[in-house]
Unconditional design. Structure first.
Length: 358
């Protein structure tokens, strides 16, 4: 699920002449391993300082449910970062998709699965429109997605005000409450059961991770997306339709954002306009901490999960230790700043290595 590109090093093959490549762990693999070790260590530390942190139902279950949702948010950002773009409207796209799911449940009495499909279609459609505007006009993704964020903020609020009395859809189709409150331990296959700390919502995250990971590592489309992000001019000269790849990346981002909005709505039990309000920072934190480059061309799908998990563990642990929300946001902002700085430093170092090798 990781697609790093590194310059090969060489070593003697023992014959005194020819040289053969010497493999080593790329930077992104080291980074993912470090994230995993750090997350486990912090979880253990918080468990020692506050034993309640390890309570499976009261703490770990909602924590993993949040991680499941925010990982999908990070994947939505990862999809556009792969082509060197960004999506500042990821939270509003989540609210936009959830709006249609709630409307389907409330007015059309759709079953849970069909409402989810409507949600995903709405998110993919708004993402496709955003990508089309960027590809056709050539305007920066920063400007277009920022404008889309403001447009969707007003549109979603107006639709909720017009279609509901309490600015929320509260109709709950069959299966929604089970999806919200049950864990994998409640789903048994023969004599094998899952953990009571792992929510059923995590299944959506696993599907998103596997699907996006397969796209980038095993398909031509995925390679073309990465090439578009690494060097758009060279990709265009190679015959890659970069405009269509940009549209595809934003379509994937909108679809994943809508899935995250659906998961957030399931977690709270209501579909409301405020869904996705706090998605912006986690979307970049999870992706960048996990090893995805802001400049495009390199993504780490598994890293997005690990980066999101680290941030969620820090947030929950500090919350149990009594640290206020304002302080939490300061710490997370500093973490993002450090991550962005590390991303830039690594990009410069990698470029200099390539230049020296040539």
């Amino acid at each position: 699920m990781n697609t790093p590109v590194t310059a090969p090093e060489h070593e003697a093959d023992g014959t005194g002449g020819a040289r053969r490549p010497r493999q080593r762990l790329p930077f992104w693999v080291d980074q993912r391993l470090g994230l995993l070790v750090l997350t486990v260590a912090l979880a253990a530390l918080f468990g020692v300082l506050r034993p309640a942190f390890l309570d499976q139902r009261l703490v770990l279950f909602p924590l993993l449910r949040d991680i499941s949702t925010l990982t999908v948010v990070a994947l939505a950002q990862t999809a556009v970062l792969s082509v060197g773009h960004m999506n500042l409207a990821v939270g509003r796209m989540a609210a936009f998709g959830a709006l249609f799911a709630g409307l389907g449940y409330d007015r059309l009495h759709l079953p849970l699965q069909l409402g989810l499909l409507v949600c995903l279609f709405a998110g993919a459609a708004i993402g496709c429109l955003t990508g089309w505007i960027i590809a056709r006009t050539g305007v920066s993704s920063f400007v277009v997605t920022l404008a889309m964020d403001f447009a969707l903020m007003g549109l979603v609020s107006l639709l909720y005000s017009a279609l509901t009395e309490n600015a929320a859809f509260t109709t709950r189709p069959n299966g929604l409450l089970d999806l919200r409150s049950t864990s994998l331990a409640d789903i048994c296959v023969g004599r094998v059961c899952g953990s009571p700390a792992v929510p059923q919502l995590a299944q959506f995250t696993v599907l998103a991770l596997v699907g996006l990971g397969f796209l980038y590592t095993s398909t031509r489309l995925g390679r073309e997306l990465l090439l578009t992000g690494a060097n758009p001019a060279a990709a265009e000269l190679s015959g890659i339709p970069t405009g269509r790849r940009v549209i595809l990346a934003h379509t994937l981002s909108g679809l994943l954002a809508a899935l995250a909005g659906f998961m957030a709505a399931v977690s709270t039990g209501t579909f409301r306009a405020s869904i996705g309000d706090d998605f912006m920072l986690p979307s970049f934190l999870g992706a960048v901490l996990g090893g995805t480059l802001l400049t495009g061309g390199v993504v780490s799908v598994l890293g997005a999960l690990l980066g999101t998990s680290l941030v969620a563990v820090i947030r929950k642990g500090l919350d149990l230790l009594g640290v206020g929300l304002e302080s939490l946001n300061i710490y997370l902002g500093c973490v993002l700043l450090l991550a962005l700085s590390a991303d830039r430093v690594h990009a410069v170092v990698s470029y200099r290595k390539v230049v020296r090798s040539t």
